[in-house]
Design a protein. Structure first.
Length: 268
């Protein structure tokens, strides 16, 4: 039985791209289960892709092969890598997608540079997901060893963007929005093990209709929040999120994946 293959892309579902990738996988790894993590990553948003990947890995079989394709550098000289987290393998462009997964992993990530193998494959310049990533993932799922596909890459050479490190200041923190979910909650790159104050504010945000950005309150769940009060809650994916009770914090604040915001200690 081939290994499970999990797909994570920014391709959406309106075009034939996801279907073509699945067609390649079905042809080359017919015994593999193919599971969609998401194809709704905001276009080119590596920070959101990194969050989705880190959040998903722990819920899949240990020997899953993830194919993570959010690839603004497609067709360029950027590397293609396979990152090992124990028995789990992530095939991805070397652009920071694996960063949060590495931060969450209790062991040492091992990385193989697949670029030489990729360069020997016939492909378009614009769709490496179908022409390179899917065939390589299928080969791995069917038993090909990474030693046959490339050489090890020193961890110091792996691209990282600093996503796992909020910028801590004397009286606050600058955070990055990793994800805006369909309820309008804004997931930040602040891990759940960080102790946060009871009251904060977003000092640079102009007042919004129906909410006061000068008051952000820590809460355990959405229902603890009063109407129109912004809350900072530990979400189910292991990171803090900004939320409104039965409302959209993203809509009110006009923040989305990749945006930075400052939380200042204290508030009304």
């Amino acid at each position: 039985m081939s290994r499970t293959i999990a797909l994570l892309t920014d391709f959406g579902l309106d075009d034939p791209y996801v279907g073509q990738m699945k067609g390649v996988l079905a042809d080359k790894a017919p015994d593999s289960r193919i599971i969609d993590v998401s194809h709704g990553i905001a276009p080119f948003c590596i920070s959101q892709a990194s969050f989705f990947l880190a959040a998903a890995i722990k819920h899949f079989p240990d020997d899953t092969v993830f194919v993570a394709v959010v690839d603004p550098g497609v067709g360029s000289g950027r590397r293609i890598i396979a990152a090992e987290f124990g028995d789990t393998i992530v095939v991805a462009p070397d652009n920071g997608i694996v960063e949060l997964a590495e931060a969450d992993y209790c062991g040492t990530m091992i990385v193989t540079d697949l670029s030489e193998t990729a360069n020997q494959m016939r492909s378009s310049y614009t769709f490496h997901g179908r022409d390179i990533f899917a065939p390589i993932a299928a080969n791995i799922a069917c038993g090909s060893s990474l030693e046959m596909l490339g050489s090890k890459l020193p961890l110091r050479d792996v691209v990282r963007t600093g996503l796992k490190k909020p910028l801590w200041m004397e009286n606050g923190v600058e955070a990055v929005v990793l994800h805006k979910d369909r309820f309008g909650n804004l997931v930040l790159n602040i891990p759940e093990n960080q102790i946060m104050p009871e009251r904060m504010s977003i000092p640079d945000k102009i007042p919004c209709v129906g909410i006061d950005a000068g008051c952000v309150r820590r809460a355990c769940c959405y229902a603890e929040l009063e109407s129109g009060v912004l809350g900072l809650i530990v979400g189910s994916q292991g990171f803090y999120e900004l939320a409104l009770y039965q409302g959209s914090a993203a809509e009110k604040l006009n923040f989305g994946p990749g945006d930075s915001l400052v939380l200042k200690w204290g508030g009304i």
